[in-house]
Design a protein. Sequence first.
Length: 446
Amino acid sequence: MKIVIAGAGAVGIHLAKMLSNEDHDIILLDSDEEKLKEIDSHLDLLTIVGSSSSLNDLKEARVKKADLFIAVTQSEETNITSSILAKKLGAIRTIARIDNQEYLIPENKEYLKSLGIDELIYPERLASKEVISYLSRSGTRQLYEFSGGKLLLYGIKISSKSVFMDKTMAEVAEMTADLDFRAVAIKREDVTIIPRGHNRFSRGDLVFVVSKPDAMERVMSLAGKEKYEIKNAMILGGSRIGQKTAMELGKKMNLKLIEIDKDKSLKLADLLQDTLVINGDGRDKELLKEEGIHKMDAFVAVTGNSETNILACLLAKKMGVKRTIAEVENIDYIDLADNIGVGTMINKKLLAASYIYRFTMDADVQHCKWLTVSEAEVIELVAKPGSKITRGILKDMDFPDDANIGGIIREDEGIIATGETQIQANDKVVVFTLPSAIKKVEKFFK
């Protein structure tokens, strides 16, 4: 594809890195010449110094031949304007990053589409949905739903309490023959393994499992994880993610939100009627004690500073909180934070890039998610009539070794995949894959 990315910020650069490893013709447009020089020396793409809201600069970036135009500058107005102009100049599909919830109201979204913006992406909204999803089911490290929850993907840390520890995949399958679940990947230290029958589960492994919703509780129990309800939660940071999470969960649980900025705290107190807003420094151990941190079931750190979020979650864990979630925007910190036991992590860059990435694929992709603590991704693809994946049972397919089919959604039913499974046309298929296998996987579904 010919792809033009407007904006060399965190999301734009991350997308450019992902896509430059594939066979795409990429142009990155930004007004910061120094930043583009640095990117040019590391990535295989063309950089152009200019403004994405300038018709001349868009023409220089060959937007009229673009299959995909992605506007992810820091300015919402620039993204909207440049997407409209790009469409007018001939771009086939346009995507604009926004910061305003109002644009996602169906009639507003439809109006923007009529102007030339095909897709809107709001990273903070994606992040708050992740937080809400993680808080809805205790015990998991990451949780993703497919087709409205027909199938679930979640991460479980193997501890000494787990009956899976030191057993092979084949032994676990024999033990749990009556249970609808499948282990699709193992994250061990810094390596992601796509497991087969001989692979053994070790203490400290993060195992990604696909299961039906009704099997989740028993899988968690076998993994040594206790189920607990989250009734009391504390949010550190009145960012957009913190606000949206509080607005959604305030009526469902007892919420406290700590914000260091006094003026912002007053505004939040007016906005969040069902949340107790506290003005203070969430890194202050005494403040956390005063506000009853020991009574909290969950602690969510979503300030604009990754280091603050990591340290605050470690402090909360030390003070007895079972469930901690940290926003970690510095990708270099993610593995470190995972290894020292921060808990669940969210990253807006990865969420936004995952959402956009599916539009660069040839197959019919319903859902795409880069996993925060792994280099792998999980994709929900539709099996096209006559596609290679529908021509036999799975064990007879020459499916890539670095990918795994976890399950399928057929009409209204979730089905866990086995070697005997026959995928049918129009099935939605949940695939766990390493980057090296993405293009091979696509060919099975085209």
